[in-house]
Design a protein. Structure first.
Length: 260
C-alpha cells in the first residue's frame, strides 16, 4: 500500500518495509523546502504504522542526492535564513527520532546535505560507483543536518575535520575506508542489499529491534544541541560575503576569492 505520495518524495509500504524515495531525479534529488516537508510527513506517519518494521531511504534516478538547492539560499534575510535552518532542524529530528531501523541505499552522487541525510540513517549501503563529497566550506557554509554530531560519530573527530575542511571527493571504497559507508556492493545493487537487510530485520522481534536501534543511535538530546548550534552558525554563514562569493564561483565555474 502507498503510505504517502508527495511531489518530491515517494513512499510505499510492503512486507513490513517502508521504502522512501527522494524523487527529483531531473535535479539530482536536490533537497528543497517541499522535499523536507514530505520527508517530515512520511517519517512522522511511519510512527503510526505498526506494520512498518524497517525503512529504506534511497534516491530516484542515478543519484542519491547532491545536497541542498543553493539558488534557494541566495539573498536571504536573517529571518528567512533562520526559518530555513529551523526547517532543516525539524526534518533531521523527524528522521533521527524514527524508532525503526533505517537503511540508506546510495547509488551515484551523495554530496553535502545528501550525506547529512544519509548519516541520519542507521546503516549505509553504497554501490561501487557511488561518489561522496562534503563541499560546504568550498561555498562559505558550515555543517548542517546534524553533521557536526553524526560525522564525527561515524569517522572520528580528526577525520571529520578533514572531510569537512578539505571536501575530498571519495569513491565508495574510500568512503568505506574512512567509515562513512558501512557496506559496498556492485553498481546498481544497493537497493537489493538494503532489501535483504530489511527482510532480515522484519523477521526479528520488533520491540527488540527498536530497543537495539534506539540504544545505539546518537542521543536525541545531543543531536538537538548540535542542530541548535548549526542553526545559529549556518545562519551567519548564509548572510556572509563568503557565501555570496562561494555561490558566484560555483555558478561561473571559477576559483573563489575569499580574501575580499
Amino acid at each position: 500500500m502507498n503510505m504517502q505520495i508527495g511531489a518530491s518524495v515517494l513512499s510505499h509500504v510492503g512486507k513490513g518495509v517502508a521504502t522512501v524515495t527522494l524523487n527529483r531525479p531531473q535535479l539530482y534529488n536536490t533537497i528543497d523546502e517541499s522535499m523536507r516537508a514530505d520527508l517530515r510527513n512520511i517519517f512522522h506517519a511511519i510512527r503510526n504504522e505498526e506494520d512498518v518494521r524497517a525503512v529504506i531511504l534511497t534516491g530516484a534516478g542515478q543519484n542519491f542526492s547532491v545536497g541542498g538547492d543553493l539558488s534557494a539560499l541566495e539573498d536571504l534575510t536573517r529571518e528567512a535564513a533562520e526559518e530555513q535552518m529551523e526547517d532543516i532542524q525539524a526534518t533531521a529530528m523527524a528522521i533521527a527520532s524514527c524508532d525503526r531501523p533505517v537503511i540508506a541505499a546510495i547509488e551515484g552522487r551523495a554530496a553535502s546535505a545528501g550525506i547529512g541525510l544519509a548519516l541520519l540513517c542507521d546503516w549505509i549501503i553504497a554501490g561501487k560507483e557511488a561518489r561522496f563529497t562534503l563541499s560546504y566550506c568550498r561555498v562559505g557554509m558550515g555543517p548542517e543536518w546534524g553533521l557536526s554530531a553524526t560525522l564525527p560519530e561515524r569517522v572520528g573527530r580528526s577525520q571529520a575535520r578533514r572531510l569537512m575542511w578539505d571536501g575530498p571527493k571519495l569513491d565508495a571504497r574510500g568512503a568505506h575506508d574512512v567509515g562513512l559507508v558501512d557496506e559496498v556492493c556492485l553498481p546498481g545493487q544497493a537497493m537489493t542489499l538494503a532489501w535483504n537487510m530489511a527482510d532480515a530485520i522484519v523477521e526479528k522481534p520488533p520491540h527488540s529491534m527498536r530497543t537495539a536501534k534506539c540504544s545505539y543511535r546518537i542521543p536525541l538530546e545531543d543531536l538537538g544541541i548540535a542542530l541548535d548550534n548549526e542553526t545559529r552558525s549556518q545562519t551567519e554563514c548564509l548572510l556572509s560575503e563568503d557565501f555570496v562569493e562561494g555561490v558566484y564561483a560555483v555558478r561561473y565555474r571559477q576559483r573563489p576569492d575569499f580574501s575580499r
